[in-house]
Design a protein around this ligand. Structure first.
Ligand code: GLA
Length: 507
């Protein structure tokens, strides 16, 4: 999977412009003498739909000045730079201070480095080596897409990307469905089984998008998932290509929505990716609205998950395009700094969360092995406190008892699923960060996270919790036991990167 990530970083560059990584670029140029002008090409990997990924670098040299573009199936970037003798330096339009590509012309090949990290090697592009361009489709005028009535509490389920990336297939989805049932995850609320990127095939003669060889019969798979009491999610995007380079829904919005509805799809994650090669950020709302309308027109209840990394203040217009949730950040990684960074980034969006429309700091990494159990308990607690979707991203077929105890903690899930739908906000005091979430019954959930590297004592004061009266009952949701506030305070030691999570009700 991590090997695959290397390619995906490149192919998913629309989502991660700053993290673009050219794993190995073989660029080839023809007929240049000492000039760098020309078209250079690297074949990439063959996608699961049989298409060949490739990178075309088109350069124009004028004296010492170089201009050009780099294009792949899903990505395009303008480049500008200089040539001095055989040496060249190129800068991406989004990062004018750090070279994107540096290298030398050696025996008719370009040899160099991408972003100082990855080797580049070069050859001439043949006439047939091209990336087809799409014609511009004007975004529609704005209107309000009526609320679909779904996701009254944050959606819960499982998504394939964090662990499987491009290795997801029909069999894995089926065994995951079985495991969601046998592990008790389904009964705890994890209902949506979401297939992320790399399921896509090619379009048939009528333009219908088919699944690739890894998913021989999507309708049959949906039937299987439904027979287990689960719902099926799928992935696409408004650009011509997904982040992994597969065909996406540009110009086929209604047709694709109909296809998914006919398969029995219940949830769509719609990822901006290559749409940024076509549209500027001011088109985010109308472009997302287009799919909101298309889903609605199918007549099937389909949860609509916007994935555009929090760009363009999505929390302000997400509901108007029919969105039920929207990502507020880039991609989560299975590490403490990424997890904490994501949840802190969405603090300003708190007023916009509520029944039917949720801020999404990305899927869970619990159980994927690169954080401690304390850190995973903090991850789960924070996602519950901020009313985030709970989409597990681990292998639910082989969970340790510790992972099960975290993902299946019903008292914590109840905080996430509280019908009032409020998103907690934090107050920082040294290394301790206290998040308070008002609950429907007038009580609160309070989480104290220890960001420091040593255990620390915390004192929770009832007077800070905004309760309507004195504490009636308080419970530690990880220890699963009632605790007592004496004289209006409760003190406990919190492990480094750990959490104290209480549910407190008022008289
Ligand atoms: C983007 C998204 C991820 C995942 C990948 C799939 O990076 O943010 O969550 O869907 O694309 O290519």
């Amino acid at each position: 999977m991590r090997k695959e990530r290397c390619w995906n970083n490149l192919m998913g560059a629309a989502a991660k412009s700053a993290a673009l990584s050219l794993c190995v670029v073989v660029l080839a140029g023809a007929g240049f003498g000492q000039s760098l002008s020309g078209r250079w090409m690297q074949p990439g990997k063959t996608l699961d739909n049989g298409e060949q990924q490739k990178w075309i670098l088109e350069l124009k040299q004028n004296g010492n000045d170089l201009t050009g573009t780099l294009k792949s199936l899903d990505y395009g970037v303008d480049l500008k730079g200089t040539a001095a003798g055989n040496h060249f330096e190129l800068f991406a339009s989004w990062e004018p201070t750090r070279p994107f590509l540096t290298g030398d012309l050696v025996n008719g090949e370009l040899h160099g480095m991408e972003r100082g990290r990855r080797p580049v090697l070069a050859k001439p592009a043949a006439a047939a080596d091209d990336i087809s361009t799409v014609s511009y489709i004007e975004p529609p005028p704005l209107h309000n897409v009526p609320d679909n009535g779904l996701a009254k509490t944050p959606p819960m389920g499982w998504n394939s990307w964090n662990l499987f990336a491009g290795r997801i297939d029909d069999q894995t989805v089926r065994t995951m469905a079985d495991a969601l049932v046998s592990s008790g995850m389904r009964d705890a609320g994890y209902i949506y089984l979401n297939i992320d990127d790399t399921w896509e095939g090619v379009r048939d003669a009528q333009g219908n998008l088919q699944s690739n060889h890894k998913f021989p019969d999507m309708k049959a798979l949906a039937d299987y998932v439904h027979s287990k009491g689960l719902k099926l999610g799928i992935y696409s995007g408004p650009g011509p290509r997904t982040c992994a380079g597969y065909p996406a829904s540009y110009g086929h919005e209604e047709q694709d929505a109909k296809t998914w509805a006919a398969w029995g799809v219940d949830y769509l994650k719609y990822d901006w990716c290559s749409a940024r090669n076509v549209y500027k950020n001011d088109a985010l709302q109308p472009v997302y609205q287009k799919m909101g309308d298309a889903l609605r027109a199918t007549g099937r209840p389909i949860v609509y998950s916007l994935c555009e990394y929090g760009w363009g203040s999505v929390e302000k217009w997400g509901p108007a395009v029919g969105g039920n949730l929207w990502r507020t950040t880039g991609d989560i990684r299975d590490e403490w700094s990424s997890m904490i960074g994501d949840v802190e980034k969405q603090v300003p969006t708190a007023p916009f969360a509520g029944p039917g429309h949720w801020n999404d700091p990305d899927m869970l990494e619990i159980g994927n092995g690169h954080m401690t159990d304390d850190e995973y308990r903090t991850h789960m607690s924070l996602w519950a406190l901020v009313a985030s979707p709970l989409l597990a991203g681990n292998d639910v077929r082989t969970m340790t008892d510790a992972t099960k105890a975290i993902l299946l903690n019903k008292e914590v899930i109840a905080i996430d699923q509280d019908p009032l739908g409020k998103q907690a906000s934090p107050v920082k005091n040294g290394d301790l960060e206290t998040w308070v979430k008002p609950l429907a019954n007038g009580g609160v959930a309070v989480g104290v996270v220890n960001l420091g590297s040593a255990a620390a004592l915390t004192t929770v004061k009832a007077s800070d919790l905004g309760l309507g009266g004195p504490v009636k009952n308080a419970r530690d949701l990880w220890a699963h036991q009632d605790v007592t506030f004496s004289s209006g305070v409760y003190s406990a030691t919190v492990a480094s990167h750990g959490v104290l999570l209480l549910r407190v009700s008022a008289k």
